[in-house]
Design a protein around this ligand. Sequence first.
Ligand code: C2E
Ligand code: CA
Ligand code: CA
Ligand code: CA
Length: 278
Amino acid sequence: AKEVGRNTYEFYEAELNQLAIRRHQLANELRQAVKNGELSLVFQPQLNIVENKVIGAEVLLRWHHPILGNISPAEFIPIAENTGLIKEIGNWVMDNACQKIAECRRLGYEIRLAVNLSALQFRQINLPEMIASTLQKYRIPPKLLEVEITESMLVRDVSQAIDILERLKEMQIRIAIDDFGTGYSSLSYLRRFPLDALKIDRTFIDELIVDVDDTAITLAIISMAKSLRLEVIAEGVETAEQQEFLAKNNCDDIQGYYFSRPLTYKDFVQFLASSKPI
Ligand code: C2E
Ligand code: CA
Ligand code: CA
Ligand code: CA
């Protein structure tokens, strides 16, 4: 037993070391990635199921490393957060997203893009001013920009969160709560913030219809959101059954592989062209 214990420990330690080494390597290379143009954005279309039309897309970051290949944002965003690099990267994402909103408008598509904000970005007290200057730079109406934040960002420093969100709201930027249902906040608590939409977390949609608990949670989120006059979007919708169920039960919008995978900008514009004539 002693032997096994020791081996297990050594195995565990070796794994930890490898993880630490990779993390360290990625942290160093992420610094160069922005400058080297290794980061790009993809766009996952969002569908309004009531009017059956594309309303916009969520902007998702991609990192193609020259040797390691594609690295998931689930792996590199936390690294970017820990090293503080997320500020530079986040600014790059915001700038690029606004540029694409302007470009789509020039093509005749008035679509909204949703940008994920990290916790560190959200704590920058001048965030609203930074976003305002980017909107001005590309001359786009603020209502075409949505920011996605998570519940946990709201609980850390409530009064600062309210301050930042109110300034964003004054500018008419849309605010959505991402991964909704996985955090600690209740809807009565959420009422303190000037929100526009809730995004039901993918984990509930995954087993929607199959798992009675997930069905109940999803229905509860939709009905409570409605009573607070918030829009509801479901993410991770992968099947026709899920979409039909959500449509029947008053969900406003959906996003997921069933409607579309995240697309390159070029493919996104094609997608817009094929779903709606100008
Ligand atoms: P998220 O904000 O919850 O983004 C949704 C994730 O679900 C994306 O993963 C998307 O590709 C994936 N997804 C979409 N539809 C489906 C589906 O039908 N089924 C399944 N199984 N998955 C689906 P992705 O692109 O790997 O991003 C992972 C996370 O990385 C994001 O989760 C977000 O937290 C973070 N992230 C991505 N881009 C950015 C960014 O620009 N800034 C920040 N701060 N975080 C980002
Ligand atoms: Ca998101
Ligand atoms: Ca999410
Ligand atoms: Ca479940």
